[in-house]
Design a protein. Structure first.
Length: 70
């Protein structure tokens, strides 16, 4: 699946996501952030962006915004 940087990493979810869950956190049993819910791909199947991918994107986006505002 093409995406940011020429490729994309996804976490496949086999659980019931509802409209409105996109952008919400995907947590593990210990309350740690694992990913960000992204889309519903079918009945009780969805995808999430891994937390480390989202964090790297945000770091790059913040760097670009700081450079543009300087």
């Amino acid at each position: 699946m093409p995406g940011y940087g020429g490729h994309a990493e996804w976490i496949a979810l086999h659980l019931s996501l509802r409209p409105g869950h996109s952008g919400g956190p995907l947590m593990d049993a210990f309350g740690r952030l694992v990913g960000i819910n992204t889309m519903i791909t079918g009945p009780e199947v969805g995808c999430a962006i891994p937390a480390h991918v989202a964090a790297e994107f945000l770091r790059q986006d913040i760097d670009v915004r700081l450079i543009r505002s300087a």
